[in-house]
Design a binder for this molecule. Structure first.
Ligand code: GSH
Length: 226
């Protein structure tokens, strides 16, 4: 069996992996794990990732989790253009800097904002207090300012003049920063970019969760967005 990617395009890290693999013509079998159906909690998926999270990669007997590790594995295993993860020491360090920074900042705050603004009310039918929502959005604002002032600065892309892994990891969180978004979209191709984001852009139309599924998902969701 060749490369298998366990993904749900609802998930930001999954979209980054998906766009990267497709854009670079990396052949893979897509194994869809539907988070909103609780498929990540199944025993079958626990054999692939005992942490019960997507994305996950299987390459023969080798299993890898964590989106950043997966992206780096793919850049090393396949011949992809240098700009994604440059050989140049300092250019690569700039990409590493962003990839290290984003986990506890942009990733955390965008995830919380998505759940507090949309998913709790639409999918779970649960209220979110205005104070909680305001605090989440205030934290996100601080993070966005750092993203713009420290990382994007006056560059075309996050770590310099060319698109890199950093842009994919970030843009899949932020679909609303117009000019930079258009540059990334043009660099990876509009059709692939739209396809990868179709599910998340339709979040307001999701049907409410079945009560049994809701009960099953709730502990994981609360742990994930804390
Ligand atoms: N640090 C991980 C995060 C993975 C992650 O949190 N995935 C979410 C989807 S965005 C998930 O599978 N959540 C299910 C759960 O926590 O129950 C990565 O970058 O791959």
């Amino acid at each position: 069996m060749g490369l298998e990617l366990y993904l749900d395009l609802l998930s930001q890290p999954c979209r980054a992996v998906y766009i990267f693999a497709k854009k670079n013509g990396i052949p893979f079998e897509l194994r869809t794990v539907e988070l909103l159906k609780g498929q990540h909690l199944s025993n079958a998926f626990a054999q692939v990732n005992p942490l019960k999270k997507v994305p996950a990669l299987k390459d023969g007997d080798f299993i890898l989790t964590e989106s950043v590790a997966i992206l780096l594995y793919l850049t090393r295993k396949y011949k992809v253009p240098d700009h994604w993860y440059p050989q140049d020491l300092q250019a690569r360090a700039r990409v590493d800097e962003y990839l290290a920074w984003q986990h506890t900042t942009l990733r955390r705050n965008c995830l919380r904002a998505l759940w507090h603004k949309a998913m709790f009310s639409v999918f779970l039918g649960e209220p979110v207090s205005p104070e909680m929502l305001a605090a989440t959005l205030a934290e996100l604002d601080v993070t966005l300012k750092i993203l713009e002032d420290k990382f994007l600065q006056k560059n075309a892309f996050l770590s310099g003049p060319y698109i890199s892994l950093a842009d994919l990891v970030a843009i899949t969180e932020l679909m609303h920063l117009a000019a930079w978004r258009q540059r990334v979209e043009a660099a990876v191709g509009k059709i692939l970019f739209q396809e990868a984001h179709e599910t998340i852009l339709n979040v307001k139309n999701f049907p409410p969760a079945d009560p049994v599924i809701k009960q099953k998902l709730m502990p994981g969701i609360l742990a994930m967005i804390q």
